[in-house]
Design a protein around this ligand. Structure first.
Ligand code: NAD
Length: 262
């Protein structure tokens, strides 16, 4: 029997990058998976279904915009109706914007706080009653190395990611005597569209080749000089879902090639 047979996982922002990698890992371990996000949603759902084929999983999709609380409520009504609730909640949807604070567009600040932080409050408050009732649940927040340390020109992102690390600790304490655990994962650089855009911008700004921009980006922060992969983050997610992690609570677990060890 696979680790997550009979459980349902919701991964927000699972149509790309880290979220898709985590959704595939959960499906391979037998979880029913609800996919969420924008883009080629049907292709992503099909990929997740394929990953869980041997375990006969079910997949679902809901296109809630995670900046909109009423759409998140609709997503949870769908999860309850079609899957009987959410056992594994991975709060992953996120966006980035890079600018000095005095130039930071107010609308971008609001969007980053809504998608990267407030959405996790809404999903967690909606998932928690069912998790408590079943006395089992996993809330895994994809934070960032920027939940532990800062970088210039990322004030909204750093504020949101520090916020979600604090939120993780608070809810972990609220659930400490239950079968529900709440933890955060703090990746360093992962080569996804979110980071590729920063590499492209850097190459254009400095008039250098993309390869050079990639090496410079890593060299500045990540001592291993290697990107973390979505597959590695999926493996850690699966560990946090396993009985071995029953007493791992309120942690912010860095997977950052040494970034925050400096
Ligand atoms: P990505 O751009 O590849 O994927 C983002 C996903 O979120 C997509 O599925 C997108 O459709 C979805 N999304 C965006 N806005 C949404 C909204 N309003 N509602 C619903 N879905 C929405 O990004 P990624 O690099 O895979 O990042 C995923 C998470 O990991 C983010 O929270 C990000 O902050 C975090 N993270 C990424 C890195 C990295 O280096 N890539 C490092 C640390 C943390």
């Amino acid at each position: 029997m696979a680790l997550l047979n009979g459980k349902t996982a919701l991964v927000t922002g699972s149509t790309s990058g880290i979220g898709l990698g985590v959704a595939l890992g959960l499906a391979r371990q037998g979880a029913n998976v609800i996919v969420n996000g924008f883009g080629d949603t049907e292709a992503c759902r099909a990929q997740v279904a394929q990953a869980g084929l041997a375990e006969k999983i079910r997949t679902g999709f809901h296109g809630a915009d995670m900046s909109k609380p009423e759409q998140i409520e609709d997503l949870f009504a769908y999860a309850e109706r079609d899957f009987g609730g959410v056992d594994v909640l991975v709060n992953n949807a996120g966006i980035q914007h890079v600018a000095l604070v005095e130039n930071f567009p107010v609308e971008r600040w609001d969007a980053i706080i809504a998608i990267n932080l407030s959405s996790a409050f809404h999903t967690t408050r909606l998932a928690m009653p069912g998790m408590r009732r079943r006395n089992w649940g996993r809330v895994i927040n994809i934070a960032s190395a920027h939940g532990l340390v800062a970088s210039a020109q990322k004030s909204a992102y750093v504020a949101a990611k520090h916020g979600i690390v604090g939120f993780t600790k608070a809810v972990a304490l609220e659930t400490a005597t239950t079968g529900v655990t709440v933890n955060a994962i703090c990746p360093g650089w992962v080569l996804t569209p979110l980071v590729q855009k920063q590499i492209d911008d850097r190459a254009a700004r400095e008039g250098i080749a993309l390869d050079q921009a990639r090496v410079d980006l890593l060299g500045e922060k990540q001592p291993s000089l290697q990107f973390t992969t979505p597959e590695q983050l999926a493996e850690l997610t699966l560990f946090l879902c396993s009985p071995g992690a029953d007493n791992v609570r309120g942690q912010a677990w860095a997977v950052d090639g040494g970034w925050t060890a400096q």
